[in-house]
Design a protein around this ligand. Structure first.
Ligand code: ADP
Ligand code: MG
Length: 328
């Protein structure tokens, strides 16, 4: 069984959101205990991860160093985070696998994700990145072609496009390594966004949603299960209200209906729900949203989490009830 585990920000930062180097290493070390348990249980595991706080740190450094060193573009920042997070994940995962007596090699792949140059996201940047700046400095950067938005008392913040992922360019390399037995880390931060420019690929200043990219990567790798590990145990209906109801096993159609009713916030649970639907509609066996500590059981379809299955899996149940002459 091939499982793609997508790790959220909480797997890479301290519980209070701290993103110092030691916070990141400690969080990744904890997360790799869970991933190694899944590998030790016999699953063929691949890993992907977010990079929001890390990319934010790099953008802030750019800003602080601007008078001395030329700033680099967001695609470079994304590539840098894939390198440092990948490195830290490999070290932690190797240790956790060794501690369990599992002789599996690990690898990390710098991964580009293709987006369309005419994606509507480019005309309407919405994804906030990096820190806050005073209006005067933000206006200077707007003059250089960036988009910044007034975020109230804290100041202005840069916004970038969040185009839909179309193709994971480096998926064949990830597949080859996975087929050879490596536990592969790839697609970090949703992948480095690139567009086709004539015959060439060119990096663009955008951020691809890591959950949507994970769904695409999971399909491309032929994964049976997509596990989205985050800081809540379920997708919840009526989240934050007295009527809150956690979702257990749910079909794609039911989940899409709940999404249309507005139960899942954009930018957090919304894209996770969309990613699970896309993965299962595309032929995946099941997709799970759960917290990190539950991924081993979740991957097997048991225990805690929101488990998204194809429509036909559950529609069998009422038929059985009818055919056995049971109650209505
Ligand atoms: P990650 O960093 O793992 O990608 P996010 O912060 O983006 O995690 O998304 C998880 C968050 O989504 C939860 O901490 C929760 O606050 C929020 N959320 C919004 N709507 C819902 C919902 N309907 N059910 C559960 N969580 C929700
Ligand atoms: Mg997040």
């Amino acid at each position: 069984m091939r499982v793609l585990v997508a790790l959220g920000g909480n797997a890479m930062t301290a519980p209070d959101g701290g993103a110092r180097q030691q916070d990141q290493v400690a969080a990744i070390t904890r997360a790799m205990e869970s991933v190694a348990d899944l590998v030790a249980a016999g699953a063929d595991v691949a890993v992907t991860h977010g990079n929001g706080p890390q990319v934010g740190n790099l953008l802030a450094k750019n800003e602080l160093a601007a008078a001395t060193l030329p700033a680099v573009t967001l695609d470079w920042c994304g590539a840098q985070t894939q390198g440092t997070i990948g490195f830290s994940v490999l070290n932690a995962l190797d240790d956790a696998l060794r501690a369990r007596g599992v002789a599996r090699r690990t690898a990390a792949v710098v991964t580009r994700t293709l987006v369309r140059g005419d994606d509507p996201g480019f005309a309407n940047p919405t994804k906030p990145v990096g820190g806050y700046l005073p209006e005067s400095r933000a206006r200077e950067l707007i003059g250089r072609g960036q988009s910044w938005r007034d975020c109230g008392p804290l100041g202005w913040r840069r916004v970038v496009p969040s185009p839909d992922p179309v193709e994971v360019i480096d998926a064949p390399a990830v597949s080859a390594l996975a087929d050879a037995g490596f536990v592969v880390v790839s697609g970090g931060g949703g992948g480095i966004p690139v567009v086709r420019d004539g015959g060439r690929l060119r990096g663009v200043e955008a951020v691809i949603d890591k959950d949507l990219a994970a769904a695409l990567l999971a399909r491309t790798l032929g994964a049976d299960v997509l596990v989205i590990a985050t800081d809540v145990e379920h997708a919840v209906l009526g989240y934050g209200t007295p009527d809150a109801r956690p979702l257990g096993t749910v079909t794609v159609s039911e989940l899409r209906r709940h999404a249309e009713e507005g139960h899942f916030a954009g930018g957090s649970m919304g894209p996770k729900v969309e990613a699970t639907c896309r993965f299962v509609e595309g032929g995946g066996t099941r997709a799970v949203i759960t917290s990190l500590g539950h991924i081993t059981h979740a991957a097997r379809g048991a225990a805690v989490g929101t488990i998204v299955v194809p429509d036909q899996v559950v529609s069998v149940v009422p038929d059985q009830v009818v055919s056995t002459g049971g109650r209505d």
